[in-house]
Design a protein around this ligand. Structure first.
Ligand code: PLP
Length: 359
C-alpha cells in the first residue's frame, strides 16, 4: 500500500532527541511520528499515512470508549552493525495481531501491510533507535472509532503504530522479580479472550497487579479459573520452570494464555540445546514443593519488553517461598544471553528470525 508521508515540522533536533533518549523510562518518551491506516466496512483498509505523532480526535460515542474493541502488539527494532536496523520475527506479530482481531470481531490486515507500517515508522524515526542495550519499542494497535452506542462489531477502525526508545525494562537490569499469586482474581477463562492481545485483558489484570504491589511484589501470577490451581502466566509475561535434570516446563497454550513470541523462541532455542521442554500444566502446589525440595532450580518470565527475567520469590496467602536462592540461575542467564545476541544480530539464530529493514 502507498503511504502518504508528511515529516513532522516540529520534530526534535539532534540535541533535544539525544537528551530525551538519554535515560528513557519505559513507555514515557515517544518518537516524532506515527503511522495511521483506516478501515471501514465500505472501503476496507485505506488512507495509510506517516505523519507527526499527535492526539486523535474521537467522538465521545466512539465504540472503543464504551465496549473496548481494541487490540495491540509489541515488538522491537534493533541497531545492527553500522547503520542497519532489524526487527525480530515481525511476521509472528502480524499473524498474532490478526488472531487477536479475529477474536475481537475486528478486521484482519494483510501481514505485509502490518510489517510495512512498522517499517515505515522505523524508517522515518530511525535516529530514535538507540544503540547499546537499548531498542526502539514499536506499539501497533487498532481500535473501533465508529460513532455508535449499539452493541455490535464496529464498522470503522483506526490502526496506528507509535514507538518509544527503551533501555532495560526492569530497573537494575536482570534482577530477579518477586511475584504474588492471585487467588482472588483471574485473568482469563476458557472461551474468553486470554489468547488475544487486547487492552481489556490488561484492564482486568490491574487490580491483581495493584494487590501484588501492596504485598511487596513486582508482578502478579494468575492461576486457571476452573480449579485455581494451574499456573498460567504473569499479567504480561509467560513463565518457564527449569528442573535439576535440565528439563523445562511451560504452561500450554489452551486459549487462556497469550502465545508469546519470546516463549515460542525460547522453546526452540532450549530444544536446540538438547533440553526436554514440555508444554504442560504445572500446579502452584508442585511449584512450591519442587522449589522446596530443590528439584526446581530456576523459574523465569519472558516477553518482548523484558526479554527474560528470573522469578526469585513467590508470595501468596498460603505462604512464601524462593527459587534458586533468589538469584538468576545459569540456564535463565544463558537463554537470555543467547536470545538477546540473536535479536541484536550478534549471533546467528534460526533462519528467518531476524528481519532486516531496507533503509
Ligand atoms: C504480550 C504478552 C506476552 C508476551 O508476548 P511476547 O510476544 O513474547 O512479547 C505474554 N503475556 C501477555 C498477557 C502478553 O500480553
Amino acid at each position: 500500500m502507498q503511504f502518504e508521508i508528511t515529516a513532522n515540522p516540529a520534530a526534535l533536533d539532534d540535541k533535544a532527541r539525544e537528551e530525551a533518549m538519554a535515560n528513557p523510562a519505559f513507555g514515557r518518551v515517544f518518537t516524532d511520528h506515527m503511522v495511521t491506516i483506516r478501515w471501514t466496512a465500505e472501503k476496507g483498509w485505506h488512507d495509510a499515512r506517516v505523519g507527526a505523532r499527535q492526539p486523535f480526535q474521537l467522538d465521545p460515542a466512539a465504540a472503543v470508549l464504551h465496549y473496548a474493541q481494541e487490540i495491540f502488539e509489541g515488538l522491537k527494532a534493533y541497531r545492527a552493525g553500522e547503520d542497519g536496523i532489524t526487527l525480530f520475527r515481525p511476521e509472528r506479530n502480524a499473524r498474532r495481531f490478526n488472531q487477536s482481531a479475529h477474536r475481537m470481531a475486528m478486521p484482519e490486515m494483510p501481514e505485509e501491510l502490518f510489517i510495512q507500517a512498522c517499517e515505515e515508522l522505523v524508517k522515518i524515526d530511525r535516529k530514535w533507535v538507540p544503540g547499546g542495550d537499548g531498542s526502539l519499542y514499536l506499539r501497533p494497535f487498532m481500535f473501533a472509532n465508529e460513532v455508535f452506542l449499539g452493541v455490535k462489531p464496529a464498522a470503522e477502525f483506526i490502526f496506528c503504530v507509535i514507538a518509544c526508545p527503551v533501555g532495560a525494562y526492569f530497573k537494575g537490569g536482570a534482577k530477579p522479580v518477586s511475584v504474588w499469586v492471585s487467588d482472588e482474581y483471574s485473568r482469563a477463562g476458557p472461551g474468553g479472550t486470554g489468547a488475544a492481545k487486547c487492552g481489556g485483558n490488561y484492564a482486568a489484570s490491574l487490580l491483581a497487579q495493584a494487590e501484588a504491589i501492596e504485598h511487596g511484589c513486582d508482578q502478579v501470577v494468575f492461576l486457571d479459573t476452573k480449579e485455581n490451581r494451574w499456573v498460567e502466566e504473569l499479567g504480561g509475561m509467560n513463565l518457564f520452570f527449569v528442573f535439576d535434570d535440565g528439563s523445562m516446563i511451560t504452561p500450554p497454550l489452551g486459549g487462556t494464555i497469550l502465545p508469546g513470541i519470546t516463549r515460542d523462541s525460547i522453546i526452540e532455542l532450549a530444544r536446540a540445546q538438547g533440553r526436554a521442554v514440555e508444554e504442560r500444566p504445572y500446579s502452584i502446589d508442585d511449584w512450591r514443593a519442587d522449589a522446596q525440595s530443590g528439584r526446581l532450580r530456576e523459574a523465569f518470565a519472558c516477553g518482548t519488553a523484558a526479554v527474560i527475567v528470573a522469578v526469585g520469590e513467590i508470595r501468596s496467602t498460603k505462604g512464601d517461598f524462593t527459587i534458586g536462592g533468589s538469584q538468576t540461575g545459569p540456564v535463565t542467564a544463558a537463554l537470555r544471553d543467547e536470545l538477546v545476541a540473536i535479536q541484536r544480530n550478534q549471533q546467528p539464530g534460526p533462519a528467518g528470525w531476524v528481519h532486516e529493514i531496507a533503509l
